[in-house]
Design a binder for this molecule. Structure first.
Ligand code: FAD
Ligand code: NAP
Length: 556
């Protein structure tokens, strides 16, 4: 069951629920859907090109992910210095990050600052959800309709709707009958939530659960953590950034960014020069120790073959297990917290601050939902197969209908009346994650078939928007009206993405990358796994070859 943020109004419970209907008709070059990192940069870039742009954003504010995910402990897991716009040296010199991994609040403040500085708000219509986009084959234009009744005609539509923007509410019988407080991490209220003195249940132990649990535990009288599948989590190693460090980073930003653009994941990380098993046992251990001490998700990239070679992965996993066991007092609890069902890194590694230590607290109890499934929720709490847990609040940290969930909520109708949801019934199909056959002049930002969430998403969004902007320029320079991925190019790209995924350990996990967290969703690896720089090279090559794999359409 997907939570429709509209049910509550865009700002969550308490947000505006009365819709104003204004049936105007506007003609623009580009409609951009979404005002997160992707949509904001798109607005700026297209404006710089002199194009007329309308941006629609369902929320009342900019920020996307960072507007909605305000749960305790929410912060980025790519270093702040890297997880920020690179397109303007002025921006990166003027803004000063205070921590290695910025909090949600600091990232949102940054996004708002950028929006104000570049005068982006004037191009955005807030509190407005795009409900359909229909292609008119004669006019070669899209008709975009919003939930306020506005209708806009656009030559191009850019979907910057986010890969993680449709929160999932679990299908647990009786959930709505609970009389206490219920929260979803991706739908967190704007007011402070104080769990002091309360009995709290957290359902879900992905990145959101793992970031919030230590903080909730420190407040609550009693915390029950309902874990279905344990996750790998590495200490973030978060810390304040010193003035000298920031100064040094700013002085060498160009080099830092260059390394990020040429990297596998969009940050300036360099893997150990040897393969895991080529290194001696001592070198291997030292490399893992070094990476562990640096902290964070890059642990899974200590060696370049960790996600390909099962033996290499097992070395990382053993090291991990040793580290985690060392900080958990009760070995039986450690057994429950250490994953055994998937290779390390095949789900996004979580990053934490004292997550495992939290289970040493007297007021925290781990409930394995695998051993004793949640059967229902009633007015007073949670019923597992063994026990009733009386609680005052339930926190759902149950994730997202990732990559496709948000696009599926928009009625996107292309040539010949074909609907994107029907075309993707067996799994998403794109060319480069940017275009779809049958949908001319429709572009996706950080969509399926791109590295997207496998890379630093800010640079990824910049790369996509730059590519789209260049493609539009190319059309204009050559007197062309439209661009559309060919069916063959889409088929080949889907095959390429699958082939690359199958050469790795990733398909072994029941991850949201595979659609496995949503009942009934096709099991397909939805991303390009070949690395960020490799992907950018392919995109550049396609453009350089006159947009190979795309049909370029002249007006009749
Ligand atoms: P979003 O930020 O999701 O913005 C999409 C916007 O589109 C939203 O504001 C939404 O309201 C709007 N929208 C959607 N549908 C419609 C519609 N029909 N009409 C109008 N508006 C619509 N990535 C990293 O690289 N590093 C990290 O450290 C990191 N941390 C994360 C932490 C959390 C808690 C989460 C959930 C994700 C994290 N991500 C991270 C991924 C993150 O989603 C991206 O980094 C990035 O913020 C996505 O930007 P975006 O603009 O593509 O999408
Ligand atoms: P998630 O990784 O999908 O985790 C959801 C959790 O909820 C899983 O533990 C899942 O268990 C559990 N769950 C779902 N339905 C359940 C049910 N009915 N009963 C019991 N448990 C249930 O979602 P997320 O934690 O929100 O993270 C999603 C992604 O967002 C991350 O992978 C990351 O890319 C991004 N993110 C990043 C950060 C960061 O550190 N910067 C923080 C938060 C999110 P199963 O595993 O068994 O399905």
């Amino acid at each position: 069951m997907t939570i429709d943020r509209e049910t509550f109004g865009p700002g969550g419970p308490g947000g505006p629920s009365v819709r104003e209907v204004t049936a105007t008709q506007d003609h623009v070059d580009v409609v951009v859907v979404g005002a997160g990192f992707g949509g904001l940069y798109a607005l700026h870039k297209f404006r710089e090109q002199g194009r007329s742009v309308r941006v629609f954003e369902a929320a009342p504010e900019v920020g996307g992910t960072w507007y909605f995910n305000r749960y305790p402990g929410a912060r980025c897991d790519v270093e702040s210095l890297d997880y920020s716009y690179s397109f303007s040296d002025e921006l990166q010199q003027e803004w000063t990050w205070t921590e290695k991994y910025a909090t949600q609040g600091e990232i949102l403040a940054y996004i708002k600052w950028v929006a104000d500085k570049l005068d982006l708000r004037s191009g955005i219509t807030f509190n407005t959800r795009v409900i359909s986009a229909v292609f008119d084959e004669d006019a070669l234009r899209w008709t975009v309709t919003t939930d306020t009744g506005e209708v806009v005609s656009a030559r191009f539509v850019v979907m910057a709707t986010g890969p993680l923007s449709s929160p999932l509410k679990p299908d647990i019988a009786g959930l709505d009958s609970f009389v206490g407080e219920t929260y979803h991490t991706a739908h967190w209220p704007h007011e402070d939530v104080d769990f002091t003195g309360k009995r709290v249940a957290v359902i879900g132990t992905g990145s959101s659960g793992i970031q919030s649990i230590p903080i909730i535990a420190a407040q609550a009288a009693q915390l029950y953590v309902f874990q279905r599948t344990p996750n790998y989590s590495v200490p973030a190693g978060n810390r304040p950034l010193s003035a000298e460090e920031v100064e040094q980073a700013k002085a060498t930003y160009a080099d830092r960014r260059h390394k990020s653009w040429r990297s596998g994941g969009g940050s300036p990380h360099v893997a150990h020069p040897q393969l895991t098993m080529e290194a001696s046992a001592q070198e291997r251990r030292e490399a893992f120790e070094r990476r562990w001490d640096l902290g964070g998700v890059l642990f899974s990239k200590t060696f370049s073959d960790q996600m390909i070679d099962a033996e290499a992965n097992e070395e990382a996993r053993k090291f991990y297990e040793e580290k985690v066991r060392a900080v958990i007092d009760d070995p039986a609890v450690a057994d429950l917290l250490i994953p055994t069902d998937h290779p390390i890194g095949t789900k996004r590694i979580c990053t934490d601050t004292n997550y495992f230590q939290t289970f040493n607290r007297a007021n925290v109890q781990l409930v394995s939902v695998r051993k004793t499934p949640i059967e229902s929720i009633d007015a007073t709490g949670i019923n597992t197969s063994e026990q009733h847990f009386d609680v005052d609040a339930i926190v759902l940290a149950t994730g997202f209908d990732a990559m496709t969930g948000t696009l599926a909520k928009i009625d996107i109708v292309g040539r010949g009346g074909q609907r994107l949801v029907d075309d993707w019934a067996g799994g998403p199909r794109t060319y480069l994650g940017l275009g779809v056959d049958g949908f001319p002049n429709l572009f996706l930002v950080s969509g399926p078939g791109a590295p997207a969430v496998l890379a630093n998403m800010v640079l990824h969004a910049e790369a996509h928007v730059n590519w789209i902007a260049d493609a539009i320029d190319h059309l204009d320079e050559h007197g062309l009206a439209a661009i559309e991925a060919t069916a063959d190019a889409v088929d080949d790209w889907v095959t390429e993405c699958n082939k690359r995924a199958e050469a790795t350990l990733f398909p072994k996990a029941n991850s949201w990358y595979m659609g496995a967290n949503v009942p009934g969703k096709p099991r397909v690896f939805m991303l390009f796994i070949g690395g960020f720089a490799t992907y950018l090279d392919i995109c550049a090559e396609v453009a350089g070859a006159g947009y190979k794999g795309f049909s370029l359409i002249k007006r009749r």
